[in-house]
Design a protein around this ligand. Structure first.
Ligand SMILES: N[C@@H](CCC(=O)N[C@@H](CS)C(=O)NCC(=O)O)C(=O)O
Length: 240
């Protein structure tokens, strides 16, 4: 059994999708990041970086439990554990690592920063909003070009696709493309037709907080909880 520390955000949905694809038994341990659960000492013992997702696989290597955080490391671990969702061919496999790394260092952070400056920053600052909006557009354009002559990011469906789909889907909804991306749309349709992707994206979707979607104003309380780890070098908790 795998414990999945999770809230309904793209980084966590990558893991719920992978677990659904791999048909591994798991239970969701909800972490409400808006309420500050990630800053509780009990969770910091699992993930000292105080972010979700994290997993505890009670049947890890040599049958021993393993605790892991960082969505990329978790995806690689699950793929290696099951020898699935990573191509056998060395070149295709290397390209899957490449697109996974790209998602982890570009697509997620740039989209995340755009959302931060649009949604959470106390002042609406033109410079960072423009910078991240342009970056997000550049990255979607690149994906669209790359997908022009292929169905998946590499020769076959892999953890690289799984890493990108929740970000593309959620941000396409919240921050629509500035120009048409037909190949990206086709890829998205192909992935969203997979029952495991649908199940993974649905996990705890009813627990999504309206403030995350921009349907409620961001209060100082939310800012303190959500960004406590940035504000306090010593690791704030709700009781501090
Ligand atoms: N690089 C990390 C990013 C994790 C991350 O930023 N998680 C967000 C939710 S998507 C979080 O825990 N935010 C809570 C906070 O910033 O306090 C990964 O890929 O796992």
């Amino acid at each position: 059994m795998i414990d999945l520390y999770y809230c309904p955000t793209p980084n966590c949905q990558k893991i719920s999708i992978a677990l659904e694809e791999l048909e591994l038994p798991y239970q969701v341990c909800p972490i409400d990041i808006v309420a500050g659960d990630q800053n509780e000492p009990s969770y910091a013992a699992i993930c000292p970086n105080r972010k979700v997702p994290a997993i505890v696989d009670h049947d890890g290597p040599d049958g021993q439990p393993i605790t892991l955080w960082e969505s990329g490391a978790i995806l690689l671990y699950l793929a290696e554990k099951t020898r699935r969702l990573l191509p056998e061919d060395p070149s295709t496999r290397a390209h899957s690592y490449q697109w996974l790394s790209w998602q982890l260092s570009y697509l997620g952070p740039m989209m995340g920063q755009l959302h931060h400056f649009v949604q959470y920053a106390p002042e609406k600052l033109e410079y960072p909003i423009d910078r991240y909006r342009q970056e997000v557009e550049r990255l979607r354009r690149l994906l669209n070009q790359h997908l022009e002559d292929r169905d998946y990011l590499v020769g076959e469906y892999s953890i690289a696709d799984i890493a990108c789909i929740p970000w593309v889907a959620m941000f396409g909804f919240r921050y629509p493309n500035e120009e048409p991306y037909p190949h990206l749309d086709e890829w998205q349709k192909l992935l969203l037709a997979r029952p495991a992707v649908q199940r993974g994206l649905q996990v705890d979707l009813d627990k999504i907080r309206p403030v995350v979607l921009g349907a409620e104003p961001v209060t100082d309380d939310v800012r303190i909880h959500l960004f406590a780890s940035y504000q306090r070098g010593d690791g704030a908790t709700r009781d501090d």
